[in-house]
Every structure is written in C-alpha cells, then in structure tokens.
Write a protein of this length. Structure first.
Length: 174
C-alpha cells in the first residue's frame, strides 16, 4: 500500500530586534499533517514537527539555542504502539569575537526513544572552534569536535561509539 501525505502544511516565523548594541533573533518553525494509505489507514502517524530557536549578540559575545521535536513523524503504527518516537534534539552555543579572532563553544544532544525494553538512541557532540583573519580574504580556522553515540543501532544490546575530529583549514575569499 502506498502512503500519501494529506493536508500537510508548514509554518515559520521570526522576529529580529536591535536595542542599542543588543541584537535578538527569535524563530519558530513547524510542519503538521497526516500520512495514510489510499484507503485511509494511518501509516506514519501525525506529521508534527516543531522547532524554536534564539540568537542573542552583544559586544562581541553571542549565544544561540535551538530545540526541535519530531513527535511520531515517519513511524509505523507498530513502532508507535511499541513506544517509539521520531526524536528530538537541541543545541547550544556561545561565541566571542574581537578584532581578527573568533572563538566558539557548542553542544548538541539528540534522543530517539526506541520503545519498550530498548534503550534510547542518544548522540552528543561538543565542539570548540577558533578562527583568525590572517589578511583580507584569508581566514585560518580550527575545530575540535568530541562526539559520543549510544545505541545508534536501536537494538536491545546497545552499541556505544566515541569519536574525535580535529579540523584545520584555510579559507580564501575572492
């Protein structure tokens, strides 16, 4: 049976404001609807996803946050009956910029509930980034990312993976 999405709509809105040196951006996005077979049987649950975020900048400092929840989007009836969800995630970041230098620290976390008797699938990433404007059109950057994934295979016997990435780059803008 082929699934079709019906009456699906998405909305998004943002607000930007400046108060002296303080800059604020707020936003929200969402998608809503139903997925069903040609005969009208529910196939993938309600399509309900929502995300909210904010950025605040002041005197070279920045702070950003975002949260998204996918509810039961894309899940079969059997998966929903077993207690699964499509997951959610959030990320947080702080930064500072002065002269040619910029640094930032970020944190990302996501979770998917796998259902009764199976541990959730979780991922976390911590990132530290630095950038330096060497000359007009030339930026040197470095990033260190530490990641951990728990039960990404979504089975009763969880698998855990850790990873570290070091990225160094030159960016040339013409």
């Amino acid at each position: 049976m082929m699934a079709t999405s019906k009456k699906v709509f998405g909305l998004g809105a943002n607000w930007e404001g400046t108060f002296g040196e303080l800059e604020i951006v707020l936003g929200v996005v969402g998608e809503f609807g139903d997925s069903e077979t040609a005969s009208g049987a529910d196939t993938e649950g309600k399509i309900e996803s929502i995300g909210v975020g904010a950025n605040v900048l002041y005197a070279g400092f920045g702070f950003g946050a975002f949260f998204a929840n996918f509810a039961e989007k894309g899940l079969s009836q059997a998966q929903r009956n077993a207690g699964r969800d499509a997951g959610s995630y959030y990320d947080l970041g702080v930064s500072y910029e002065t002269g040619p230098w910029g640094v930032s620290l970020g944190y990302f976390s996501s979770t998917v509930a796998n259902g009764t008797g199976i541990a959730d699938s979780d991922a976390e990433i911590i990132s530290f980034d630095v950038a330096y404007d060497v000359a007009p059109g030339w930026e040197f950057t470095g990033a260190l990312h530490l990641g951990e994934a728990k039960n990404m295979n979504g089975t009763a016997v969880p698998v855990k993976n850790d990873g570290t990435a070091l990225i160094v780059s030159n960016i040339f803008k013409f």
